[in-house]
Every structure is written in C-alpha cells, then in structure tokens.
Design a protein around this ligand. Sequence first.
Ligand SMILES: NC(=O)c1ccc[n+]([C@@H]2O[C@H](COP(=O)([O-])OP(=O)(O)OC[C@H]3O[C@@H](n4cnc5c(N)ncnc54)[C@H](O)[C@@H]3O)[C@@H](O)[C@H]2O)c1
Length: 253
Amino acid sequence: MAGELEGRVALVTGSAGGIGRATAVMLAAMGADLVLLDLKRDTLKDVVHEIEAMGRRAHAIPIDIQDRAGVRAAIAEAETVLGGIGILVNNAGVGASGPGELENIGDADLDRMFGVHVMGAFVAAQAVVPGMKARKWGRIVNIASNRGQVGFTDGSHYSGAKGALIAMAKSWAKELAPFGILANAVAPGVVRTAMTEEHGMDAIVEEASWNLMNRWAEPEEIAATVAFLVSGAGSYYTGQLMCPNGGDPIVGI
Ligand SMILES: NC(=O)c1ccc[n+]([C@@H]2O[C@H](COP(=O)([O-])OP(=O)(O)OC[C@H]3O[C@@H](n4cnc5c(N)ncnc54)[C@H](O)[C@@H]3O)[C@@H](O)[C@H]2O)c1
C-alpha cells in the first residue's frame, strides 16, 4: 500500500491521541499529506515532525473541535496550504468525565459528548464534502465504538454519540455515493490509549477479557482498518461498519 495515497490530503481529527496519531502516521506511510486537528497543541507539533520526517507534508490545526466557526475557517486555510482534502477521519473523542448514570449526567458532559463526537464530525464533513464532490472522490471514516452497537451501562451519552456516528456514516454513504464519496464507520473494542489508561490497567485487562482473543488492541490495529477503507482495497465498501474488536462475542461476529 506504500505510495498509494500519493497526491491525497487526509484530515484526521484527534490526531494527537492514540488511534488518531497511529492513523495519521499510517496514512502518511501510504503517501498522504496530513491535516492534523487536536486540542493538544504540543503533541500535535510532535506528530507534525514525525510526518515531515517521513517526507510528507503536515499542517496542524490546534483547536477545540466544538468551535465550529474556528474549525470551518481552519480547514479552509489548511486546504489552501496542502490542497483539497480527500480523506476525512472523524476520530476526535472523549470519555465520560463525570457520573454516567442517566439521571446524573451533567449538562456540560452531555454537551461535550455530543459536541465533540457528533457535531465535530458534522462540521468537519460539511467543511470538506463540497470539495470532495467537486473532485468526485472522497473517503469518510467515522470512528465509533462497540459501545455504539450494544449500549453502555452508565454511559448512554457516550454510547448514543457513537451510535449517531454509525448512523451518520450510513446516511452519508447513501447521500454521497453518486459523487464518488464513500463513507464508513469503524467500531473498535478496547484499545490501549490515554482514554482507556485513564481508568487504570485493571479496567483495560478486564474489558479485554470479554473478547475472544483476551487482549486489548494497539492503536495501529484500528488504524489498519481505516487504512484499508481509504485504500484501493476498500473501493467497494460504503455504508459499512467495520469491527476490529478481538471477536467481541456480542458484536461484529
Ligand atoms: N480506546 C478505546 O478503547 C476506544 C474504543 C472505541 C472507540 N474509541 C474511539 O477512538 C477515538 C480515539 O480515541 P483514543 O482511544 O485514541 O483516545 P485518546 O484520548 O488517545 O485520543 C483522543 C484525541 O481526541 C482529542 N480531542 C478530545 N476532545 C477534543 C476536542 N474537543 N477538540 C479536538 N480534539 C479533541 C484529544 O486531545 C486526543 O488527542 C475516540 O473517538 C474514541 O471514542 C476508543
């Protein structure tokens, strides 16, 4: 797959984090230039350097994805620098930061959960789709979760936002297929990243024990699914949900 994304520009949101960074680096290894969007300005600089060291171009957008006007303007600017974005990976995400029982979820947590995952993906897609349509080529991948498939005790706001990302990918697949734009979603099981490490290794090990392989995924194993979907090998996939989840017995097998 090396070189097959030569001439393509990819936007990966949340690209300072585990899955996003691994995805950005993998797409760069396939030849893409990268637009990197994340809250974490300093880590983003490291990712820019890593990608430039690979001989690809990288443009950082250090911003809160909930800042819709700012995101629209920054994506437009990035396209003037690197060229039209052909690949969008909606990956930025947050876990629950407060109580997760339905009646106790606070307004700020609820707003952030849907603001980052759902509104963030919408705004990024709205910003890049007109250009994709004009060029008659595009790939959109929404990073959902197995929690968006089967629900999540004490986390219905996370689960609901992830379910929305799956439904949005299916809707965009229907709406955008005539323009050569394919849209899919990826629903990982447990992945070892900052998001899961926040809850401690015991929680990761326990969740990993629920799947058939009895282990967590590394971020690169999720990035590989995204890479497949945006590569030539993924050219007949749209409106699909890919489930790299270690054979989670409830979903995806
Ligand atoms: N780790 C898992 O087990 C797992 C499982 C299923 C799905 N996911 C999803 O994968 C995606 C990536 O998560 P990860 O595990 O790599 O976690 P992570 O915390 O390592 O990465 C998430 C990134 O998103 C960024 N981000 C958060 N809020 C933002 C905002 N408002 N604006 C811009 N950037 C923001 C963070 O700064 C961070 O760099 C998320 O959507 C997450 O829900 C993760």
